[in-house]
Design a protein around this ligand. Sequence first.
Ligand SMILES: *[C@@H]1O[C@H](CO)[C@@H](O)[C@H](O)[C@H]1NC(C)=O
Ligand SMILES: [Cu+2]
Length: 220
Amino acid sequence: MKTFTLLLAAASAASAHYTLPTINSAPAWSAVRQAKNWQDNGFVGDVTSSDIRCNQLSAGNETVAVAAGANVKVAVNPNAYHPGPFQSYLAKVPDGQDVNKWDPTGAVWFRIYAEQPKFGSQLSWLSAANYDIKIPACIAPGKYLMRNEHIALHVAQSSGGAQFYLSCAQIEVTGGGSKAPTNLVAFPGAYKASDPGILINVNYPVPTSYVNPGPATFTC
Ligand SMILES: *[C@@H]1O[C@H](CO)[C@@H](O)[C@H](O)[C@H]1NC(C)=O
Ligand SMILES: [Cu+2]
């Protein structure tokens, strides 16, 4: 009986996993670098693994143009079912580097979006199939990687329990300005398993605040 219950739990957990395969309706895994979970919908659990960077399986082959100040529509397939925040980061592709292949190691990422829940008798998150993420209007034009993640917190009460669903998209920002991004971080490096937004019981007692993991969000 116990085994049966566990199997059911495992089956429902598996069906609740997801990928982030596209932005702005581009063909799946073209302007988004194909992620290791593209078939099994699995997650990254170790924040010290290099998979926390892009969970990358293979290079991209498209770039989506977006005006600075406009939104990028990030799709989650089927949807970000689990409770937890959506977050987005950018890293500028250095001059002379191939946007399809550049490996964004080191402190190159700045955060542009961090979802906060609504508070009440339980935490309430967007858990959406699409997230509209605004590209800062003041950043320099050029090619960027956009690291999008959903952090599932349903079993995050034990260390290593938080589940990271992520991928890296390739965009070319047009227009814009010249403000230098601040609060740059590396992946791995930006998160610790013990961060209060990663090691957290979201069910009991119901939190009255939530601290997003990562650096302060960059603003223009
Ligand atoms: C880009 O990659 C996708 C996914 O691997 C593939 O289906 C598509 O054919 C590729 N496009 C080009 C132009 O190589
Ligand atoms: Cu799941």
